[in-house]
Design a protein around this ligand. Structure first.
Ligand code: SF4
Length: 416
């Protein structure tokens, strides 16, 4: 290094994303960013900064730096608090610590040393979705392959209470955070009165899902009135926007108010008209919108669901360095989640093969299979095409179920 040199560094809160055509420098604090074309003076410097041996700093060549394009890039980087330069008068190379994600050791599961019998592996479980029965109505075909939704099937088979109760009890050594309970009509599930006290014994959230069409106020009250005050019990009703004009919808709102139970309404929307109806009609009620892909409404998704480059980079994108580290390590949407059908088959994703059946597999075996024999828990956006070459891969949501249904990973309006 020369006696006097100009040292360039990037701030530790800046996300560096190297794509096929460009590099993105994203300031996670003020959400400002700079795009740098690949194969330019600066892109090469930035790649070198990331190399361990450079300790987060790189020397800049003064004469090249004076060139018009480079000066402009440097000024932009400095103005957005993304990086800076210092004059190094002493000739000693400074160090800038750039954070690198490191997983806590008790989280890491090693394929060789952790057998399916290992207790530690159940720590990875954080959500169970129990399907108690099937939904004979098939207005929403394979909705369960797009989001949390009932499995449409004419079968009258029900989940075996003893098996699901064992699964719940085996999860006591995990960090289970939430248990979704759903079906075609869970109020008709024969063992519901046995299941509810079992669920109550545990500290995790219990999220129950009903269908507007077959929601029965009397049965609901009979089964759940004891749990209205329990803040670990929450209730959701799937509803089509067309129901908003009917009297039953008003009855649900009145029931909600009378019992103060905050029934969350989950609207299944498929078109701009659906969306308009929901957004115009909803006042103070708790609600959620689930866009449903019916095979013919890609235009709706393109316009209302897929983000544009501008939306990904907007100030409201609250992706932090911590989020980025988590996204680099695993699929934060799917990790730790399992789904159990009324027949006891367990999936880490309905787009992959089953990981076992609760009838004859232990929880440890199921989790072992999910992490080592299936892909979804560790399927990160930088591992799928074309997102792996896109600079926005860790600013976008993790790989999710719609992508498998639509058979493409780039559910966005970004062209690169
Ligand atoms: S979905 Fe993929 S291609 Fe689209 S912006 Fe995100 S990472 Fe890029």
């Amino acid at each position: 290094m020369n006696k006097k040199s100009t040292i360039f560094f990037l701030e530790p809160y800046v996300h560096i994303s190297i794509g096929k055509a460009e590099i993105l420098l994203w300031n996670t604090l003020n959400k400002k960013y700079v795009n740098i074309e690949n194969d330019t003076y600066f892109s090469e410097r930035i790649k070198k900064i990331r190399s361990k041996k450079n300790c987060g700093v790189i020397e800049l060549d003064q004469s090249i730096l004076l060139g018009k394009g480079n000066k402009k890039t440097l000024n932009e980087i400095r103005a957005k608090y993304i990086g800076d330069i210092i004059e190094n008068l002493k000739g000693q190379k400074p160090v800038s610590i750039y954070p690198i994600a490191k997983l806590k050791t008790d989280f890491v599961v090693n394929k060789e040393s952790d057998s399916p019998e290992g207790k530690k592996i159940v720590h990875l479980l954080n959500e169970i979705t129990l399907h108690l029965n099937y939904y004979a109505d098939d207005k929403i075909r394979e909705g369960h392959k797009q989001f949390i939704y009932s499995i449409a099937d004419k079968s009258t088979h029900e989940a075996v209470f003893g098996q699901i109760s064992k699964l719940i009890s085996d999860s006591k050594n995990s960090y289970l955070y939430n248990c979704n309970v759903m079906g075609g009509n869970i109020l008709q599930y024969k063992s519901l009165n046995n299941l509810l006290p079992v669920l109550r014994e545990h500290d995790f959230l219990k999220s129950f899902y009903f269908h507007f069409e077959n929601f029965n106020f009397g049965l609901f009250e009979n089964h759940f009135h004891k749990y209205y005050e329990d803040d670990k019990f929450n209730f959701n009703v799937f509803c089509f926007p067309s129901a908003i004009d009917g009297t039953k919808y008003q009855e649900i709102l009145a029931f909600n108010e009378k019992h103060d139970i905050k029934l969350n309404i989950v609207f299944l929307v498929q078109s701009p008209g659906d969306l308009k109806k929901v957004t115009e009609s909803i006042s103070n009620n708790a609600f959620e919108i689930k866009p449903y892909y019916n095979g013919n409404n890609i235009g709706f998704f393109r316009k209302y669901v897929f983000p544009s480059e501008k939306e990904i980079l907007k100030d409201e994108n609250d992706t932090s360095m911590k989020d980025i580290f988590a996204k680099e390590a695993f699929n934060i949407l799917h990790f730790g989640k399992i789904y159990v059908t009324p027949h006891g088959e367990v999936y880490s994703s309905f787009h992959e093969e089953s990981i076992g059946n609760i009838r004859d597999s232990t929880l440890q075996e199921l989790i072992y299979n999910a992490i080592f024999k299936r892909d979804i828990w560790l399927m990160r956006r930088n591992k799928v095409k074309p997102c792996k070459d896109c600079v926005y891969n860790f600013l976008c949501p993790p790989v999710h179920d719609y992508e498998f249904v639509m058979k493409r990973h780039n559910l966005c309006n970004v062209i690169f």
